[in-house]
Design a protein around this ligand. Structure first.
Ligand SMILES: [Zn+2]
Length: 309
């Protein structure tokens, strides 16, 4: 198995992965522990090596390379560039733009955009580990303030929490733990409560602001404390939503500082990326790279990357 701890900086990474063969071997070792090659099409174990470097499945008779079934399948970009890109993406705390990545690994901006979005599909959030303990939930609206826009670009009746020009995002953060966030169509109870039930463990104590959507949390079996921002209360005897406010602040810095503009169609991807950065914030550079590398062993097709609006 490859020892990821050795990659504490990009110099060590490029020094180690000095050829495509080394990159392929790293993928082989990560996918097929103990050299048992498993067919990506039918799941048959103990597939055999061919003389051309590929593998043959005795079950379904398919031939396949070590890249089939990973995010590198069918790629025309060298694996060395992929690995450096993944390292840069995972270690930049506020993300990296496609223009910057294009310059760093010497590819076109279009190729860098594609790599970035392919990597973002690895950030998908799952509900397999529920948030528990003390959980803060909150909603935010992404989109410019109407008062700051030119007259010709203003939309009537869209101040404050309107969703006509702004995208609502719903977030949940376990204090001292992980976070989850989703782009939602609105912030009504009928939308938010099922999400809370999906991601937050039963009997958890939840902290919220005074939004009416949260008023039935106790009936759903949760403990519930409210901090009244309307009364200019922000922290009162441990009741606060400052942890999730901190997450939103980081999210906004990534969006406005690095990406400047984010299409609504791809917004969930950027939210996923922020969540990934938040949840891996205590890992070192090598830990984050290792985490991403292992996720990259899963398949990702062009249709997973390109969302049709
Ligand atoms: Zn097979």
């Amino acid at each position: 198995m490859i020892n990821f701890e050795r990659f504490s900086n990009i110099f060590d990474l490029t020094d180690y992965f000095d050829s495509e063969a080394k990159c392929r071997k790293a993928i082989f070792d990560s996918r097929w522990n103990k050299k048992d090659v498993v067919c990506p099409f039918c799941g048959q174990h103990h597939c055999v090596s061919r003389t051309d470097g590929r593998f043959h499945c005795p079950g379904c008779k398919a031939n396949f390379s070590v890249l089939v079934g990973t995010i590198f399948e069918n790629t025309k970009i060298s694996l060395r560039k992929w690995f450096i890109a993944m390292y840069l993406i995972s270690s930049h705390k506020k993300g990296i733009s496609s223009c910057q990545l294009a310059r760093d690994i010497h590819v076109t901006q279009k190729t860098a955009w594609y790599i970035l979005h392919k990597v973002r599909t690895l950030y998908r959030q799952y509900d397999d580990v529920a948030l528990e303990g003390e959980v803060e939930v909150d909603e935010m609206y992404l989109g410019g303030r109407e008062t700051n826009k030119h007259e010709s670009k203003k939309t009537l009746g869209t101040q404050g929490r309107s969703t006509k020009t702004k995208a609502p995002i719903f977030g949940m953060v376990a204090r001292y733990g992980e976070a989850r966030a989703l782009v939602v169509p609105d912030t009504r109870a009928v939308t938010l409560l099922p999400i809370i039930k999906q991601f937050v463990a039963d009997n958890t104590h939840i902290f919220t602001d005074e939004l009416s959507a949260y008023s039935n949390l106790e009936e759903e079996g949760y403990g519930h404390s409210v901090i009244r921002h309307g009364l200019r209360e922000y922290s009162k005897a441990g009741v606060t939503t400052n942890t999730i406010e901190g997450f939103w602040a980081h999210f906004k810095r990534c969006i406005f500082g690095t990406y400047h503009f984010v299409s609504k169609v791809y917004l969930q991807r950027y939210v996923d990326e922020s969540i990934y950065r938040y949840n891996t914030r205590r890992m070192g550079e090598s830990g984050r790279f290792s985490y991403m590398f292992k996720k990259a062993m899963g398949t990702c097709y062009y249709s997973d990357v390109r969302i049709m609006a």
